[in-house]
Design a protein around this ligand. Structure first.
Ligand code: NAD
Length: 517
């Protein structure tokens, strides 16, 4: 493998140095490594639609080289004291904090999201590093003294070995942090396969991890497509795979990974419903719906994509949402006046736009049409304005599919029970929210909604890092949610020790099954 010359100022790289210009390389054994497969893919600047750079795509052999580096680093890393690991994570936390603007600039350059949103992504990722600095406490086991005469039992949690993360385009910094912070804190070594659409943030984070003192080989990155993913799923030395992405791929990752004996948590797509009851504060609900539907151009797995308007709240609510739409500033993510940037690729933009067309064909009322936005018509960037579809029904294609763009749909229902039925019959179950002033109704909703994360007058209920993140139904395949306490559980396995020390004169031969009494 060919190593690439290190940048001159490894301690203070500028976002331009890191995110603009040269090809994006793999990161193996603490170094940027040039791809040898001869395969590579395009990375665009979504704001201009131009090819910004290329990214190497790994072959199976290159994945093997990264796994070998991770495997070689594992014995040393798992033997590293808890306090030393916590110290390194503290340093990484401080480096991410210090480089917030650089990371955000990289996210904006490749994903397209506006700077304020990119800074929010970094902040939510940072929380996970902060949680992981508590690893000495998080890995404390249990101890039972004198379970039998002279016998004690205790439980440890030990790392798994080499673990892998496969991540989506929409959170190129935060989702990797959801995974690697806890994984390496627990003593595992890590292989990341980030989205090929916006790969630079992962290599930047790798450089910060090295600066923080993470030993070579503990954190590795291979870029690429299905070839790299399939090798990860089959590789005998990878013990666990964390995945975040769309539902069809999540299902494939879960089925293939578990078939190869791995522990897998695979988070999939979403169609998050926001139920608005007739007693809700209309302005609060409209502000929340607009923010949660169009923030990050709707490219969030916790975005609100469906408002379920109950009873006579529908007309005033749709009016209040409609009034807010012309004020949304669409433009380049790097422009501080912009509130919503472009979509990630031209293909994705066109796919999102096609759902607005289908909605209209199938009888929805197009209250706002993002295809009419001047930037959508005239710019070479991947822009689409905001769309609002009213009178949507569950049979329509736009309702049945995850759109993952700036399109908000309104389904009108007569009663609370109908609203809950809609939420619960939807095949996705990531997040859902209710807007009401009625505490009893909210409590009933929290009790019966079939989704992993519920908001009460909160449209995007992404749990803080000391809880865990995960959906139900087609939004998660596997048993454990991601990050937080369940992340610690996912990246460790339990070992229970039963111990006794020699006590002269008490030992005897006994062929019976051991009993405690
Ligand atoms: P995606 O499923 O296309 O890609 C995710 C990862 O899988 C990428 O690394 C990609 O390279 C890889 N991949 C893509 N096709 C593959 C294939 N055929 N075989 C093997 N690997 C493949 O998802 P995306 O478009 O990058 O991200 C958007 C999706 O992610 C949306 O569906 C969104 O809801 C979902 N998402 C879910 C969560 C969550 O927490 N549930 C969070 C963020 C995003």
């Amino acid at each position: 493998m060919t190593q690439v010359a290190e940048p001159k100022s490894a301690g203070a790289p500028s976002p331009r140095e890191k995110a603009v210009g040269e090809r994006v390389r793999h990161w193996i054994g603490g170094r940027r490594v040039e791809g040898t497969s001869g395969r590579r893919g395009p990375v665009y600047d979504p704001a201009t639609g131009t090819l910004a750079r290329e990214v190497d795509y790994a072959s199976a052999e290159e994945v093997d080289a990264a796994v070998a580096a991770a495997r070689a680093a594992f014995p040393g890393w798992r033997s590293t004291s808890l306090s030393r690991r916590a110290e390194i994570l503290f340093r990484m936390r401080n480096l991410v904090e210090k480089h917030r603007p650089d990371i955000a600039a990289i996210l904006t350059a490749e994903h397209g999201k506006v700077t304020s949103d990119a800074l929010g992504e970094v902040a939510r990722g940072l929380e996970n590093l902060e949680f992981a600095t508590g690893v000495p406490h998080l890995l404390k086991g249990g101890y039972s003294e004198q379970v039998s005469t002279g016998v004690d039992v205790y439980q440890l949690r030990q790392p798994l070995g080499v673990v892998a993360g496969i991540t989506p385009f929409n959170f190129p910094a935060m989702v990797p942090m959801w995974m690697f912070a806890n994984a390496i804190a627990c003593g595992n070594t890590f292989l990341l396969k980030p989205s090929e659409k916006d790969p630079s943030a992962s290599v930047y984070l790798a450089e910060l991890l090295r600066e923080a003192g993470v030993p070579d080989g503990v954190f590795n990155v291979v870029h690429g497509d299905k070839v790299a993913v399939d090798r990860i799923l089959e590789h005998p030395d990878i013990r666990a795979v964390s995945f975040v992405g769309s539902t069809p791929i999540a299902r494939y990752i879960y089925e293939t990974g578990t078939k190869h004996g791995k522990r897998v948590q695979a988070l999939g797509g979403a169609k998050n419903h926001m139920v608005v009851l007739p007693d809700a504060d209309i302005d609060m609900a409209a502000d929340a719906a607009v923010s949660a539907a169009y923030g990050s151009a709707g490219e969030r797995c916790m975005a609100i994509s469906v408002v379920v308007a109950v009873g006579d709240v529908a007309d005033p609510l749709v009016d209040a949402i409609k009034q807010r739409l012309p004020k949304i500033q669409v433009g380049a993510g790097s422009d501080s006046a912009s509130e919503m940037g472009p979509l990630v690729t031209r293909e994705h933009r066109d796919r999102v736009a096609s759902y607005v067309a289908k909605g209209a064909e199938q009888g929805a009322t197009v209250v706002a049409d993002g295809r009419e936005h001047p930037l959508a018509k005239e710019s070479d960037g991947f822009y689409l304005g905001v769309s609002l579809l009213d009178n949507v029904t569950p049979e329509m294609d736009s309702y049945r599919n995850e759109i993952f763009g700036p399109v908000l749909e309104v389904v009108r229902v007569p009663t609370y029970d109908e609203a809950v039925r809609l939420v619960n019959e939807n095949p996705y179950g990531n997040g859902t929210a209710i807007f009401t002033r009625d505490g009893g109704a909210a409590r009933q909703f929290q009790f019966e909604a079939e989704a992993g994360m519920v908001g009460i007058n909160v449209p995007i209920p992404v749990p803080v890092a000391y809880y865990s993140f995960g959906g139900w139904k087609n939004s998660l395949f596997g048993d454990l949610h991601m990050y937080g306490p369940e992340g610690i559980q996912f990246y460790t396995r339990a070992k229970v020790v039963t111990s006794r020390w020699p006590d002269p004169g008490t030992s005897q031969v006994d062929l019976g099954f051991p009993r405690t009494r």
